[in-house]
Design a protein around this ligand. Sequence first.
Ligand code: DGY
Length: 320
Amino acid sequence: MKPKVFLAYPIPREVEDFIAEHCDYRKWDSEETISRSQLLKEISDVDGLLISGGKIDQELLDFAPKLKVVSNVSVGYNNFDLAAMKARKVMGTNTPNVLDETVADLVFGLILATARRISELDRYVKDGKWQSGIDDHLFGVDVHHAKLGIIGMGRIGEKIVRRAKYGFNMDVLYYNRKRKLAAEKNLGVKYCTLQELLQESDFVVLMIPLTAETTHLIGREELALMKKTAIFINTSRGQTVDEEALIVALEKGDIRGAGLDVFEQEPVDPSNPLLKMPNVVALPHIGSATVKTRFDMAMLAAQNLVKAVSGEIPPNLVEE
Ligand code: DGY
């Protein structure tokens, strides 16, 4: 008998076919995200669950007595209660590596869009406001030769550095829990404290996983250290930033602007003041959302799922 799995997240047909070769599966067949109550109903008899981002906690585990693995279609796994999963011997997997370049591209998209006011001026043209040459109050700031500060020097951080150094001649500072001597030597990035990075950078990019330690890492005090001309970019997780403090800093002009792919609450509430600010570029959590990368992530998640329900160690087992 094949192992049973439930696919709670839409995946391409070809990936579904791969799962079908190895497992009996049911899937959530709607464009709407599956509700928690529906998810709990679907998992009572399954060995494996494929999902992207729903909370995997004690309650869910209690509804799934046979569960062996939860395969996340994302690199972030802050939705896992790892202690509860470990106690029940349920494996968790993620999809690292395949999205690194794609997320780095988006970080640069946000840097350029905020610095050169691309979304704001796109609206300006489409609203018919372009009557003559543009006034200097609409000028942007240069990205090339500016100072970039990256908080979190993991795989994606390094991809951002390559773009910054080789494409834009930027000077790059980084802050990380552990120093990355190889990156310093090979890429010419400079390690500094978080405080120095915030004080000196023209662009501050947050590229860290969400953990208890990194929740609200950037708050009122940190924003106050940034230059008034600095631009803040976040493509990690919304909860790494105290959003209230960010709103105040932007309203008071303590920083110049922000490029945000993530929010404390997602989907973001349409009444969120950040969405009314012309100096904020807001995106719907699309860091990895290209056709190829989302395909690769789905395939990797499927491979993790199949390995684990077949009694093998999946390639991307999350361990801490
Ligand atoms: C991830 O993989 O964690 C991304 O945030 C999803 O786009």
